[in-house]
Design a protein around this ligand. Structure first.
Ligand code: SF4
Length: 484
């Protein structure tokens, strides 16, 4: 077949993400770039192949409370058991439905495919390996990409897989089509930013795509919209986070999170109007790390969404930062609620000011308190993430968090409480003291100073969280039930 014409080339794009209740935004953009360059594109998504997404959050029962107690236990025997269970790929893969996903993917790849592109995170390593090895036997090359491949350790791990031609850790927005075409002309594509192959010296990729207003409207036409519980448009107004300093944050060290850039408000509203038409829906999930990064955009959404979409319903994540005008005061939230903001997520992390400062969270407990109450008064369903087990955490820190939650429990609809974990490339890893390093295992600091009071307040926090998570979501926010 003549490969000098993109129209003669069959590219298959594989989406391995079966967590979300909506397509991955990057898939929609990749589909747009590949199609616009003229290639024949097939998209394989888990849901189109009968694999349902898992609920991220559910209404909890008392059994969930006891399960959480186990997960948060400091007892060495229990920690050892959990670590062993987590390290057995079979258990993990069964839980994540990976075996079924692998079969679905390979049976959907047609023999006349010229190239398979897989966008993935490290957690899908074993399924990528199986798919690539299978395709290698069929003579179909594979290129793997994803936001975590600015970590060269991960690049090496994936490049070692038989059948993988290249690994890409870069924002490919202004060169994907041409780069794929060059690949078919057998040109060296490692000259493009963040493109790696075996045997070629690797250097970290510092390229950042800044011209966000050039982004096209994503193409979500390949996704099985009729199979999602609700038609939710994923959309990102900007990449990165305007704060970007939290020492534990793994999002702002990834390829597309490394510096904050925003699209203009005009472009955003025009895209959302087009997407609402493309998918025929009024529900939007803003996937920005911090939607209130750019206050102009935040205000423009509140003013503009109801003018371009009838009865919009939207969800977003915010950061309760310390600016005088962070867009999260009661008046603004009330307007946002009227403009369709039904559910909001934010990182509470802790209500200990000492720990918030240590994390460089850029906020105060007073600000957090005012925000949760303003959101409640405005009638917005509120979700928070938090963690227990941060470095140097004491019983007093937990007591302050416990008291904050007890006082404000009516303001929350869900809290996702996790054991604190440290991820690759995050600043906190460089800040650890030798003693903390010694206490570290499985990405966690295993506190050896779990005093009677520490345990008492930890249990108290888990109990309040369980009580909050036992409620049903308020009616208006149910479009996002199980999503976030
Ligand atoms: S505010 Fe959120 S997204 Fe921004 S750096 Fe902190 S944790 Fe990361």
């Amino acid at each position: 077949m003549d490969k000098t014409q993109p129209t003669n080339i069959n590219v298959t794009l594989v989406d391995l993400n079966n967590f979300a209740h909506y397509p991955t935004l990057s898939m929609g953009l990749l589909a747009r770039y590949i199609r616009d360059f003229g290639f024949n594109l097939k998209v394989i998504s888990p849901l189109s192949n009968g694999i349902k997404s898992r609920k991220r959050e559910k209404v909890e029962t008392i059994i969930d409370y006891y399960k959480t107690r186990l997960i948060f236990s400091q007892l060495k025997s229990i920690r050892r058991l959990i670590t062993i269970a987590e390290s057995i790929p079979l258990i993990k893969e069964r839980f994540l439905n990976k075996g079924k996903l692998y079969k679905a993917v390979i049976s959907a790849i047609k023999p006349d495919t010229d190239l398979v592109l897989i966008s993935t995170y490290n957690e899908n390593y074993s399924i990528c390996k199986k798919i690539s090895e299978y395709l290698h036997k069929k003579g179909i090359p594979v290129i793997i990409g994803g936001p975590a491949f600015n970590d060269l350790k991960q690049v090496d791990q994936f490049l070692d897989i038989t059948g993988v031609s290249y690994v890409i850790g870069s924002e490919i927005d202004n060169y994907l089509g041409q780069m794929l075409f060059d690949f078919f002309q057998e040109k060296d594509i490692t000259s493009y930013p963040g493109v790696y192959t075996k045997g070629v010296k690797k250097t970290p990729n510092s390229y950042i795509f800044k011209e966000l207003d050039q982004l096209p409207v994503p193409d979500f036409t390949d996704f099985a919209w009729d199979k999602y519980p609700n038609k939710i448009i994923p959309y990102m107004t900007g990449r990165g986070c305007s704060w970007g300093k939290c020492n534990f944050c793994s999002d702002v060290v990834l390829v597309n999170g490394r510096s904050y850039r925003s699209q203009t408000k005009e472009k955003i509203l025009s895209d959302l109007k087009a997407l609402s038409k493309q998918i025929d829906t009024h529900i939007i999930a803003f996937t920005d790390l911090k939607l209130n990064s750019n206050i102009q955009v935040w205000n423009a959404l509140i003013d503009g969404l109801p003018k371009i979409i009838e009865n919009p319903i939207w969800f977003c994540s915010v950061h309760v930062d310390d600016r005088n005008k962070n867009g999260l005061d009661f008046e603004t939230l009330k307007k946002a609620k009227e403009a369709g903001l039904t559910r909001m997520s934010f990182g509470l992390e802790t209500a200990s000011q000492r720990l918030l400062d240590d994390m460089k969270k850029g906020t105060t407990v007073a600000k957090l308190d005012a925000f949760v109450n303003a959101a409640y008064k405005a009638g917005i369903s509120l979700r928070a993430t938090m963690f227990i087990g941060y470095r140097g955490e004491t019983a007093q820190d937990l007591k302050e968090t416990y008291e904050f939650l007890l006082k404000n429990q009516h303001c929350f609809e869900r809290i996702k409480a996790c054991r604190f974990q440290m991820y690759d490339m995050t600043p906190i890893l460089d800040e650890l003291t030798p003693q903390e390093r010694e206490q570290m295992f499985a990405r966690q600091i295993n506190h050896l100073y779990a005093t009677k009071d520490y345990i008492k307040y930890k249990k108290g926090i888990l109990k309040v969280v369980n009580k909050i998570n036992s409620k049903r979501l308020n009616e208006a926010a149910r479009a996002f039930d199980g999503v976030m």
